[in-house]
Structure formats: C-alpha cells, structure tokens
Design a protein around this ligand. Sequence first.
Ligand code: 5AD
Ligand code: SF4
Length: 445
Amino acid sequence: MKANNMNVKKLKILSYGCQMNMAESERMAGALAAIGCMPEADGIENADVILINTCCVRETAEEKIYGKIGELKAYKQQNPSLIIGVIGCMAQKEGQNIIRRAPHVDFVLGTNKITELAAAVESASEHRRRHFVDTDLTAGGMGDATPLRESKTAAWIPIMQGCDNFCTYCIVPYVRGREKSRPAAEILAEINAAQAAGFAEVTLLGQNVNSYGKNLPQENITDFADLIAAADRTGIGRIRFMTSHPKDLSDKLILTMAKSEHVCRHLHLPVQHAANGILRKMNRGYTKEHYRELVQKIRDAVPNIALTTDIIVGFPGEKDEDFAELLAFVEEIGFDSAYTFLYSKRTGTPAAAFADQVSDETKKARLQKLMDLQNKISLKLNEKFVGRRVRVLVEGASKNDPAVWTGRTSENKLVLFAHGNEQAGEFCDVKIEKAQTWVLKGVIV
Ligand code: 5AD
Ligand code: SF4
C-alpha cells in the first residue's frame, strides 16, 4: 500500500491522557501520512481508519476508553471496511483483553510500536493479520516520521521515553518501560526544524526530564541542563519542558534556566504529597523539607517564576493529619495551579496491595477541600497580574467565541483578549484588566 497507488484514506486519531500521548499521536499521523492516510478534520463518522491512543494512569481513564471503543462497534457494523486500532498505554496493559472485549477492533499496538503502525493499518486494510496484537516493549520506537502537528504555534518534542522511578502508585514504568533518552543531536535538529516551520515555542517532553541523558553515550551534551542550554542557543522563541522530578532537579538546571533567554518562567514540579510518611510510601525519594528548599532556590534564581504541581489525595494510609499537612504546605508554597487527583488503585503496582486504603467518600471530600483551597490561591496569584503588561504568544480564536483570542504568557497563564491584527504564532503585548481562577483577561497594547 503506497501513497501513489491507493485511494487516500481518512484518518481520525482520538487521543487520551498526557502531553506525551498528544506528541505521539502527531507522530503516528506523520507515519500514516506517508502511506496515504490523511487526518480527517470532521467527525469520526467520515473516517476510514480510527485510532484510539490510550491512557491507563487512572481507572476512570480506562473506563472512559473502553466505553469509547464500545461505541465504535456501530460504526464498524455500518462500514465493515473501517479499520480500528487501539494503541498506547492501555493497549500495552490490556493487550489481548481489548480484542476479547471488543472483537470489532482490528489491531492493538503497545507504547513502543509506532514503528509498526503503518504495517498494521496496511495489513488490516488488506484483510491479512486480523486481530493483530503486539505489545513487545523491547523492539520498536517512535520512528522517524515527521510529526503532523496539531498546533501551529507550539511543538511537542519527546526527549525520552519510559520511567525508572517506580512511584508505588504509578503504572507508567510498567506500560512504558525503562527510561531511554533520544540523542541530543536528534532533538536539536527537531527544534531547528520546528523553528524553520514557523513554530515559536517548543515543549520538551519526558516522564522525568531531569534524568535526561543517563543512558546516552558520553557526548557534548550529557544532562538535561546542557540540553536546555543548547536548545536556548537555537534561538527559538520559547522553550518549555515537563515533567520535572524534584529528586533529580539539579542546581545546574536552575542556573541554566536563570541564565537562559528563551526558557519560560514556569516550572511544573509534581509534589504529589507533603507528609513525609506518605512521600516515603510513595517512593518519591525526597522529603517535604527538600521540596521546600528546592522551591526557594528556584524562586531566588528566577524571581516570579510560576510553579505548578500534581497532587494525589487518598493515597493508602493518608490520615486526617497527613491531609492537613498537605493543605498547609499547598498554602505555604502557593502554587499557581495544581492538577489534583483521587488516588486510583492500579493492579500490579505496590500501592494497590497496601493495607488501609482510604474510602471513596473520604477521598472525594478531601479532594474537594484541596481544590477549593487551590482555586483561592490561583485566583489570588492571578490577581497580581492585573494592571501589568504581559508578552503573549497568540494561539488563535477561542473555541467559545471567535471574537475572543487566546494566548499564553511565559508563566503559562492563559490570556483572553479582543482580536486585533495579530496572527497565531506571533507575540504581542496585552494589558491585563481582570483575573479569574483559570484565565487572565486584557486588551492588546
Ligand atoms: N492515582 C492517581 N493519580 C495518579 N497519578 C499517577 N498515578 C496515579 C494513580 N494511581 C498522577 C500523578 C502524576 C500524574 C500524571 O498522574 O500525580 O504526576
Ligand atoms: Fe509515574 Fe513516578 Fe515515573 Fe512520574 S516519576 S511517571 S509518577 S513512576
């Protein structure tokens, strides 16, 4: 099946989960474009190939995705030549179970199998290899297809795959395998290519970017700070990265951020919890005191940097006192925003077998309290922007109102403003007039 001797097929990718999945979906779209399978802008009812790129970090994600896979059965009945593939983290975890539960699925590919995707679509379209399942983590990779990026302004760039940390609640190391860094030359070439294609921003992605380079042969660039410094020298407008693990965030990186021209004033630094007993049981490798010190160093080096975090409530053994300690710490640090999650039991992870699991009712009540507190803090910190003039990278019209445009500040604050002549991908200055919990509102100056 080659692009020049087959009819163009319409591709729809449904992506769930984290930014890494979004980045990988763009690479899958690139790999399939090479065999004449082109993204379909409209609904899935027009698609010839539907891929579901899946997440399994929490049970709710899995339930939602199984629901979506179930819905696709009707499409297959209407159009028997429709190709349905399930890929990514849940595909890795569930493998053959997906075919058993949903025989209308043609193939299941794991997290390391983007290289196999084109062949899987090809053989499904020729009715060879029905119900093909490949979740071998040891061979494969991202492939070298040029990604078909969704955003016209900001490019996701994976710099490493997998995770070696084994936080006791987390399924990621099991479904994505061990940490593997991409060679720096490849990453820098991709940043340069993105810049040449008109992207003003790149986000370097990895489960734990601070341990970048650990398993690479010794070259000029041996760690994440060096990589960031080299990225800064490319001259691309803005550089973001995620996710940083507090145990591996080095003084050298902090210094590099402070000296850089293009690295954004934003750090996503998941704390997960604040009670040392819980952090230990989570196998996070740091204490509350260490985290506090780190934040101080970062704020000293990069004044006014925005800090965001991830927090899990209801981890096994979390007592009222532990939760109170978490609330107090959240208040003390003053995160600009926080992704807050109910602990979700993932079979096969150590924490799933821990005694004293917290009841759903308690978990939910705690989550609500935490969110109420964080919303207050987010609003208070956003209010500091009122009256200030901020540099915004324009993203385009907002989904709800085409007259209102959106952009982001260096701190990753979402800004809404009335549209003038500026185009997506350009920088402009906005005077902030109003602050809300999630957005700033202003006028172009
Ligand atoms: N339950 C709830 N949240 C989880 N996360 C990871 N595993 C779980 C789980 N089992 C959260 C962590 C991580 C984020 C991406 O998802 O906070 O940083
Ligand atoms: Fe999961 Fe911990 Fe690895 Fe993050 S660092 S992906 S939470 S195991």
